[in-house]
Design a protein around this ligand. Structure first.
Ligand code: GCB
Length: 608
């Protein structure tokens, strides 16, 4: 909301109905109401809100509906409906008129609904969410029909397929002559920073020749530190506040759109930070300083909420990250809410920003996964239609997060089948696309343990080596001595290629409260011994510039015989109680800075 923009939250209780056969007629439902609706909370996943497994496991359409009153002051304005996300696809109607559809479960989208609504009046809003995944989706999946006719959703990733309206829905208003987009980049030396911007206006603003004024405001002092004009321009700031890990430090680029006769039509503020990211040899440099990543691969995952965004839960997670000494995280395995990313920008939390490309791997058959065999990169599995959606996910993620100083790398996939011959043909254009969309940040992918250096076909395309490793858990299970040798030997090979290595996953399932005097798998004692083993390996190589344990907290997964009510590799339980591992990591990350190069959270320094 600004002086010229307004927003009305549509979060709350909506009507809801399951489309059991996926054949309900939109023409009827979107004008006269849902058949036998029940109530549902937005935002949250559908799945855990209901007590019957038929609803929880439904594969197909879910219908959401509510009435919305447009404020009577919203006259002669453009009105749009904005969704933080709808997992995995959505179609939207207003009073029976289809106003738009969106494919992909973790990015925001909005539709201009000006022609369908009237200031002061009510309208009937209907959203049909589709939770099905096929090979034209990211992540890919396959809907299987069982002999008794039931549909089940197959997919090759671990996290449970939570679906629904996970993030806030808003009705927003603005002038038809407004800012559509802005891209900000900065360079700096000790005494000054140059801030470059490229602003796109809406068509009516371009047609009217509206003028653009820009002012740069220091968020901390609230003072304007530079002024400029034009759609594509730059200004210099003296003695800039540099965005720093553990600290933050933001400016607002405030854009004002002014008509020829001086009327202010639109005002929009986009925050940004002055900072640099660079990879030099095996160093990952932020503002020219070597940075060592501590932290976790995370999930948006809570009891009842599923993947629904909740501010109190988010704040608690960040407080725990701060407590434990985490200076970074990976948004495994999909883009997180904008509220989450804003928090990282404000508080100096360094982010590896990941697309939802998880489970592009048919070669990990059996075990926890669900592959029916065959090649990964073949028609019907990961093919041209998967790649087309993968492109859209990369473009959408960068378009959403391009101005965020917290984001220091794009991670375009998690554990794809990078040992397959055809992996290169699939990934090369996607890496090029990522670099075209954003030449300023490094690009990575999380490498699976079944694609070691001599088998992986794509790592030379990327800037850093991100390793997901489970020596001592999935391999050499329970034997930490053999595991340590194997992990070191593999690391030596990776380190030989001269790029920084970040361990983006390592972990062991652990039942909170289970102890043993022996290093027995699943006990808290084993998890600590496992982490100590990994730490010895990390500390043995200069090439290792980060450790992000898997996972921050226990989380829900699909059914599998290796999962008892979910994945238990958390340092915290699902309700955020620390396991012994959390105490261990806190000690490592907060009291042994000499072992960990780079910057840490100054708040932690005060505590210790
Ligand atoms: C992985 C995956 C992650 C799983 C994890 C596990 O390699 O990237 O999504 O949850 O292993 O615990 O199996």
């Amino acid at each position: 909301m600004t002086a010229t923009r307004d927003s009305r939250s549509l979060d709350g209780i909506w009507h809801f109905a399951v489309d059991w056969n996926n054949d309900l007629d939109p023409a009827e439902l979107t004008t006269s109401g849902l058949p036998h609706p029940v109530e549902i909370a937005v935002p949250a996943s559908v799945n855990d809100q209901f007590a019957d497994s038929e609803t929880r496991d439904h594969v197909g359409y879910w219908w959401y509906q509510r009435r919305v009153r447009v404020p009577k002051t919203w006259k002669d304005q453009e009105t749009a409906l904005h969704f933080g996300s709808a997992t995995h696809h959505a179609a939207v109607w207003i009073n029976g008129k289809h106003v738009g559809s969106f494919k992909g479960g973790y990015l925001p989208f909005e539709f201009d609904v000006t022609d369908h609504v009237t200031a002061g009046e009510e309208f009937l809003l209907t959203v049909r969410v589709d939770n099905r995944l096929d090979n034209s989706c990211i992540p890919p999946g396959e809907v299987k029909v069982l002999p008794d006719g039931r549909r089940v959703q197959g997919y090759l990733h671990d996290l449970y397929n939570y679906t629904g309206l996970h993030r806030s829905v808003n009705l927003v208003t603005r002038s038809p002559r407004h800012v559509d987009d802005v891209t900000i980049s900065t360079t700096h030396d000790e005494n000054s920073a140059t801030v470059n911007w490229r602003i796109e206006l809406s068509e009516p603003a371009v047609a009217a020749g509206d003028e653009i004024r820009v002012s740069i405001v220091d968020q901390h002092t609230g003072e304007a530190v530079a002024e400029g004009r034009g759609a594509d321009s730059s200004v210099v700031i003296d003695n800039p506040v540099v965005w720093t890990p553990g600290v933050g430090g933001l400016y607002d680029l405030v854009i004002t759109v002014v008509s020829n006769d001086g009327e202010v039509l639109d005002e929009y503020a986009q925050h940004f930070g002055v900072r640099t990211v660079e990879i030099r040899g095996t160093d990952f440099l932020i503002n020219g300083e070597p940075f060592y990543f501590t932290g976790f691969g995370m999930h948006e995952d809570h009891n009842t909420l599923g993947k629904g965004h909740s501010n109190p839960h988010m704040v608690q997670d960040f407080e725990l990250l701060n407590w434990i000494g985490a200076n970074s995280l990976r948004t495994s395995h999909y883009p997180y809410s904008e509220e989450f990313m804003d928090y990282c920008d404000r508080n100096g939390i360094v982010v590896l920003d990941e697309t939802p490309a998880v489970g592009l791997n048919w070669s990990m058959a059996g075990g926890i996964l669900d592959s029916d065999g065959g090649e990964t990169f073949e028609d019907g599995h990961v093919d041209a239609s998967t790649q087309a959606q993968h492109r859209r996910e990369i473009e959408g993620l960068i378009s959403r997060d391009k101005n965020r100083p917290a984001v220091v790398m794009w991670v375009i996939a998690n554990e794809p089948d990078s040992a397959a011959d055809r992996a290169r043909g699939y990934f090369e254009p996607l890496v090029d696309l990522t670099r075209d969309c954003d030449p300023s940040r490094p690009v990575g992918y999380a490498n699976v343990m079944f694609a070691p250096p001599h088998e992986d076909k794509i790592n030379d395309l990327f800037d850093a080596i991100l390793l997901n490793r489970y020596f001592g858990w999935y391999l050499m299970s329970g034997d930490l001595t053999t595991a340590e040798h194997a992990m070191r030997a593999e690391l030596d090979e990776w380190a030989g290629n001269g790029k920084p290595v970040i361990y983006t996953e390592f972990g062991a399932d652990t039942v909170a409260g289970l102890h043993s005097v022996y290093d027995t798998a699943f006990t808290e004692d084993f998890q600590v011994a496992y982490l100590e083993m990994c730490a010895r390996v990390f500390d043995s190589s200069e090439a290792v510039v980060g450790e992000q344990m898997w996972n921050f907290a226990d989380f829900q997964t699909k059914f599998g015989y290796a999962r008892v009510d979910g994945n238990k590799k958390g340092a915290f339980t699902r309700d955020r109680r620390p396991k012994a591992a959390a105490r261990y990591l806190q000690k490592r990350w907060t009291t042994k800075p000499e072992a960990l190069r780079g910057q840490r959270n100054p708040r932690l320094r005060d505590h210790t």
